[in-house]
Structures are given as C-alpha cells and as structure tokens.
Design a protein around this ligand. Structure first.
Ligand SMILES: NC(=O)c1ccc[n+]([C@@H]2O[C@H](COP(=O)([O-])OP(=O)(O)OC[C@H]3O[C@@H](n4cnc5c(N)ncnc54)[C@H](OP(=O)(O)O)[C@@H]3O)[C@@H](O)[C@H]2O)c1
Length: 248
C-alpha cells in the first residue's frame, strides 16, 4: 500500500485517532496537513514525530465548525502543495447529557463540529477534487450513530447524519472518481473516552467480543485502506471497526 505523491488533510490531527491517522498516512508516503483547533503544542509534536520519521507536512489551525475556517484550511493546503487527494473528517467532540439535562449549547456544539464541520470541509475541498477528477473523503462516524447511545442524543444524531451525508455525497461525486466513505469506530482509547466513568467503561467492555478496547492505530489502518488504491471501487460504505461491539 502506497500513498506516495498524495496530499492529505486530517482534521483534528493533534490527538487520538487523528494523530494516529496522520502518522499512518505519512508512513505510507502522503504529505499530510495536521489540522487542530486549540492544542498547538500537541499538533506541533505530531508534526515533529512525522518529520523525524522522514515525512512531509505542516500544521494548520482552523476551527472546522466554521465554514470560512474550513475554506482557509483547504486553500492554504492547495496553495502549499498544489493539490488535495485525501480529506479525513476526523475532528469531533462530545457533550454527553441525558436529553432532559442537555442544553441547546451542547446540542449545537456537537452538531456543528461533528456534522456541519464535515460539510464545511467537504464543501471547501470538493471543487479541487472535482477538477482533479480524483479524491478520497473519509468521514469518522461512530457506532453511536448506527446503534444510538443513551446520554449522547446530540452525538448519535450527528454521527447518524454523517452516514447519510457520506452516502449522498458518494452518489453526487462518483462520476468523477471521488470516493466518499465512513469509518465507524467502537470504543477507542483516546482523550475522548478517558473521561468516562470506570463503571461505564466496564459495561462497554462486557459488550465487546474481542474483550478489549481499540487503539487509535487500529482505526488509522481502516482509514488508510479507504484512502488507498486498493479501495478504488468502494464508495458510500461504512466500515465499522469496533471489536464486534455493534453487529447489524
Ligand atoms: N474515541 C472513540 O472511542 C471514538 C469512537 C467513535 C468515533 N470516534 C470519532 O473519532 C474522531 C476522533 O476521536 P478521538 O477519540 O481521537 O478524539 P480526541 O482524542 O478527543 O481528539 C479530538 C480531535 O478533534 C479536534 N477538534 C475538536 N474540535 C475541533 C474543531 N472545531 N476544529 C478542528 N479540530 C477540532 C481536536 O483538536 P484540539 O487538539 O486542537 O482540541 C483533536 O485533535 C471523532 O470524530 C470521534 O467522534 C471516536
């Protein structure tokens, strides 16, 4: 598998699944733009790891929940590298609460980052990909969007919406050899899940046939495959990577 000569953007590349994805795409030869929102130091550390391993890339701060910032992220990338082959819409947040206690701010923040953020980045990137008559878009959804998750109605709605968005866009741009797919992680060990109560984690663990949580690198493998030539005939697909936690 090689991504030599390809240019990729990974949103939320400073931590967790995004970080692992940046390093995997870079190891396969892609030039990678590491997007982040707040954690400049962590983004710079990812860039350092990438360059020490012989890769090429840069960091770009942008709040992808804002269309103008997503557009700037894409414009700066294309200005630097003259093309954009792979867009990984990974940036995401949670604001968990039962609906009764969930305020409008928590609803809007999660929808605006996880769902609208992916719209923003795709909207910003699609013209370049259409012109190239090639491109790979990979959206990070979740098994919470497939099965629904109590205490996460905002997050489940955003991630389910992202699956519909993935399939609709796949139909729109397939004639230009652009594929649009989603990866649906289960329970992965990152900052996002580190804050969860131990009791909740144990209950989740009991539902995983492979009897362990996933690692960010295991999600990065799936993203890299969907970005590769080997996945040229796969589009509109949701690839679940969850140790068997959610089976349809
Ligand atoms: N971990 C899991 O178990 C799991 C399961 C299913 C799906 N997922 C999905 O996988 C993706 C990555 O999750 P993770 O666990 O790796 O999360 P994480 O460790 O909390 O990292 C989140 C990343 O998103 C970035 N980000 C957040 N809001 C942003 C914004 N408005 N603009 C740009 N970047 C933003 C953060 O940047 P800063 O560092 O600058 O804050 C950070 O790099 C998310 O979409 C998540 O919903 C995760």
């Amino acid at each position: 598998m090689s991504l030599a000569g390809k240019v990729a953007i990974v949103t939320g590349g400073s931590r967790g699944i995004g970080r692992a994805t940046v390093l995997k795409l870079s190891a396969l030869g892609a030039t990678v733009v590491i997007n982040y929102n707040k954690n400049e130091a962590e983004a710079k550390a990812v860039l350092q790891a990438l360059t020490e391993a012989g890769g090429i890339g840069q960091t770009i701060q942008a709040d992808i929940s804002q269309l103008a910032e997503a557009q700037r992220l894409v414009d700066e990338t294309v200005k630097s590298y003259r093309r954009l082959d792979i867009l990984v819409n990974n940036a995401g947040i949670t604001r968990d609460k039962l609906l009764l206690q969930m305020n409008e701010e928590a609803w809007d923040a999660v929808i605006n980052t996880n769902l609208k953020g992916s719209y923003n980045c795709c909207k910003a990137a699609i013209r370049t990909m259409l012109k190239q008559r090639a491109g790979r878009i990979i959206n990070l959804t979740s098994i919470s969007g497939q099965a629904g998750s109590g205490g996460q109605s905002n997050y489940s709605a955003a991630k389910a919406g992202l699956i519909g968005f993935t399939k609709a866009l796949a139909r729109e741009v397939g004639s230009r050899s652009i594929t649009v797919n989603a990866v649906a992680p289960g329970f992965i060990e990152t900052d996002m899940t580190a804050v969860l109560a131990e009791e909740f984690k144990q209950k989740a663990l009991a539902q995983i046939p492979l009897e362990r949580f996933g690692k960010p690198e295991e999600i990065a493998e799936a993203v890299a495959f969907l970005a590769s030539d080997g996945a040229a005939y796969i589009t509109g697909h949701v690839l679940t990577v969850d140790g068997g936690m959610y089976m349809m």
